[in-house]
Every structure is written in structure tokens, then in C-alpha cells.
Design a protein around this ligand. Sequence first.
Ligand SMILES: *Cc1c(COP(=O)(O)O)cnc(C)c1O
Length: 234
Amino acid sequence: MANAGRITDNLARVRERIAEAAARVGRRPEEITLVAVTKYADEEDIATLIDAGCRDLGESRPQQLWRRAEEFADRSVRWHMIGHLQRNKVARTLPAASLIHSCDSLRLAEAIHTSAHEQGLPPAEVLLEVNISADPAKHGFAAAEAAAACLHLATLSHVRLRGLMAMAGKPEDQNAARLDFHNLRQLRDQLTKNAPDGVSLTELSMGMSGDYEVAIEEGATIVRIGSALFEENS
Ligand SMILES: *Cc1c(COP(=O)(O)O)cnc(C)c1O
């Protein structure tokens, strides 16, 4: 219980900032989904978030996502897989996750398709992860590969591509982050023009604790926020 007050205060402040960032560019706060990233939180913290109305929770490690999806199965929350997903972890992740943000290779997309098909699941909702800052240390498709990847994913009946995800190269540098997010949005707009029938890239998952306001100003529809919800004083 010790952390509950701090977490609900932080959550209120983050929601306020989301609304203010949206208003600055003429958007409505309802257009933006807050995914509360719980990778550093404990079960009690997660319960606090759910009680405070968080319905979308994110984990970057598949095993932790499985465990927590099970633990909170009686609460109506959607789990988001936001970290690198190895193909041997796909089968257990699919039933637990409502959106996989981190589809970063065609081999992974094919594994998702095959596993969803074999398990008799509906098409898995995925975002294409783009290495928008061209950082060799980051996962994701190069921007120049994204169009071909979209076309390929559209051929997989059990994969439903919903948009793009990226991280800023230097989240501590607001101007650099803004440029990365601007580029991701432009890429999305360009891909949308050439998208096959039935593919609509509506989601832009971009923005973390240090840069979510900039991301919203640049068009984010999903922000993934961890530390700003849990830190001592923001
Ligand atoms: C940890 C993580 C986040 C949240 O990061 P914070 O800076 O703590 O808000 C967002 N996205 C991904 C992919 C992450 O791994």
C-alpha cells in the first residue's frame, strides 16, 4: 500500500500531460491509449494501476507477461507485448497478449502467423517495429524495408498489421526525439498510401516517460509509460 498514493498521483499527472499535449495540436485525449509499462513494478503496484482505471498494461519480457496475464486474469486488462519476442516464445504469448508492438522480423511475423493458425486463434494484432533512428543497437525494420514488410505481412492470414512502433534514438533529447517521431509518422502516411486492401495502419506506438508529450504532438496513438508512473517525484 505504501506506493499506492504516489502511483495514483503520478498517473493523474501523466493523464493531465497527455491531455495537454493532445490539446496543443488539436487532438482529443481519447485518441491516445496509455499503456502502463509494469516491467519494474510489483503485483501490488499493478493492482493499484488497475484500480485507478488503467486497462492497458505492457511488459517487455514474455515470461513476465505470461505470469502476470495469468495472475490478473480476472481483471479486464489488455496486455501489450512491447519487448523483443523470440520465436520460441510466440505460442505462449499469443493467447496472453492483445497487441504485439515488437514485430521486428519477417521470420517472427511468420512464426506468429503459424502459431495463431495452429492454436485456432483469431489473427494476431501486431505493430511493425521500425528502427527509425537507424541505431545499430536497436531492433526493428529499417525504414527502407518497411514497405516490403507490410506487403509480406498482408499475405499472412493470421497476422493483422495495425500500425508502427518505434523508440526515439535519444529520448533525453526532445528535438531528436521529435524528429524520429515525425519521421515515423511520415513513414506511416506513406505506407498507408500504398497499403494493400484491408490493411490500415492506424496505430503509432511511440513515446515513453521522457518523450511522450513530444510523441503525442507528432501523432502517437499509443504511449508506453513506465518510470513516470512509479518514480518518487515527477
Ligand atoms: C521500458 C519500456 C518502456 C517504458 O519506459 P519508461 O522510460 O520507463 O517509460 C517503453 N517501451 C519499451 C519498449 C520499453 O522497453
